[in-house]
Ligand binder design. Structure first.
Ligand code: GLA
Length: 404
């Protein structure tokens, strides 16, 4: 009896201490995280000089000032595990070591992110974290890492909730606040269970720098901007401060047209997706830099309410998306998917904005707003019909402020 009591006491103590640890880091990603990631442009070709140059470029281009913060190394930074199982960086590509690189990135006022995988191997075949979660978390904390993207390759028979929760707990117990970016491509509907596990979760397979294509890789596909947008259907209600639907790293500056890139950036901003650039920041064009540092568009993404835009009007190739903002402001995005510019006439007073998920009911006959165009010059008021030219495969984005 005495022993049984002792056993109960011990197990409840264990339970108690586990539950004390069982949480993600709070107060991170209260607005969608902003940064840069190596994968879209560099694939496996990562090294410390390039990462340092990217940190320099983030500062010099004005991106840091515009709100970008994380420099994230994706797959392939890895060396082998040491004889005790601790992961090491590739000595060939990171000769000064990850700690020195983190110190450098921090000295620029930025943060460093890294990548691992819940399976035995990463998607590029490097050592995964499976079975080494606590050791890896300790190593990342020791190095001074601030962000972990956690992938889903080589996970046969792994339970997704278990695997992501395990890494969440490992990071938390290692003690250094690390933003936890889940990347299981939406396969297991993370939006339904991951609010208290990660700070964001990928909703789709990988992005590809095209407007509406599907790029077939044999056993899997990557997706253009329009298919990724369409895959967000029904997910809006799951996002909010600290837990975002992640539409993948951006392809701005990676080959699409200026208008397509503007639309891509606006869509990611409106849908409150993390804004993680995926181009080479060291030699981007002025147009690309202007898109990535458009502070008015970024402000929509970083709005404190954290409400994802709703598709309000759908006319096939033409859509209107609305994002509620703080202080009763609103953002309107006019999206033209087609290959021809459209001259659009819009009567504000004809359409009531009704949003049952976040409880909005706005009748433009009763309330009027001043609007400002966020990509081009132009302003007006909602008591007058709007006439607006929306470029082919492009957008116009307006910010509406209640008239006093
Ligand atoms: C997966 C992820 C990508 C990238 C690669 C790296 O495909 O979805 O974003 O991290 O792995 O191998």
């Amino acid at each position: 009896m005495k022993n049984a009591l002792k056993a109960v006491g011990l197990s409840s103590l264990l339970l108690f201490s586990n539950s004390a640890l069982s949480q993600k880091f709070e107060n991170l990603a209260q607005t969608p995280q902003m940064g840069w990631n190596s994968w879209n442009n560099f694939d496996c070709d990562v090294n410390e000089d390039m990462i340092k140059q990217m940190a320099d470029a983030m500062v010099e281009s004005g991106m840091k000032e515009a709100g970008y913060e994380y420099i994230n190394i994706d797959d392939c930074w890895h060396g082998e595990r040491d004889e005790n199982g601790f992961i090491q960086e590739s000595k060939a590509h990171f000769p000064s070591g990850m700690k020195a690189l983190a110190d450098y990135v921090h000295s620029k006022g930025l943060k460093l992110g890294i990548y691992s995988d819940a399976g035995t191997k990463t998607c590029a075949g490097k050592p995964g974290s499976r079975g080494y979660e606590y050791q890896d978390a300790i190593t990342y904390a020791k190095w001074g890492i601030d962000y972990l993207k956690y992938d889903w390759c080589s996970t046969e028979n792994v339970n997704p909730i278990g695997a992501y929760t395990l890494m969440r707990d490992a990071l938390h117990s290692a003690g250094r606040p690390i933003l936890f970016s889940m990347c299981e491509w939406g396969d297991n509907k993370p939006w339904e269970w991951a609010k208290d596990v990660g700070h964001s979760w990928r909703t789709t397979g990988d992005i590809y720098p095209c407007w509406s294509c599907e790029k077939n890789h044999g056993s899997w596909s990557s997706w253009g901007v329009m298919p990724i947008l369409d895959m967000q259907k029904g997910l809006r209600k799951y996002a909010g401060p600290g837990h975002w639907n992640d539409m993948d790293m951006m392809e701005v500056g990676n080959g699409m047209s200026f208008e397509e890139d503007k639309a891509h950036f606006s869509i990611w901003a409106m849908l409150a997706s993390p804004l993680i650039a995926g181009n080479d920041l060291r030699n981007m064009s002025d147009q690309t830099r202007k898109i990535l540092t458009n502070k008015d568009i970024i402000a929509l993404n970083q709005d404190k309410l954290g409400i994802q835009a709703m598709k309000f009007i759908d006319e096939g190739d033409f859509e209107i998306w609305v994002k509620p903002l703080e202080n009763n402001e609103l953002a309107f995005m006019f999206l033209n998917r087609s290959d021809n510019a459209i001259d659009y006439n819009y009567d504000w007073q004809f359409n009531i904005y009704k949003d049952d998920i976040f409880n909005y009911y706005i009748d433009f006959n009763k309330e009027s707003f001043n609007w400002k165009n966020l990509w081009e010059k132009g302003s007006g008021n909602t008591n007058k019909k709007l006439k607006i030219k929306v470029p082919a495969r492009g957008v116009q984005v307006l910010r509406l402020t209640p008239e006093k």
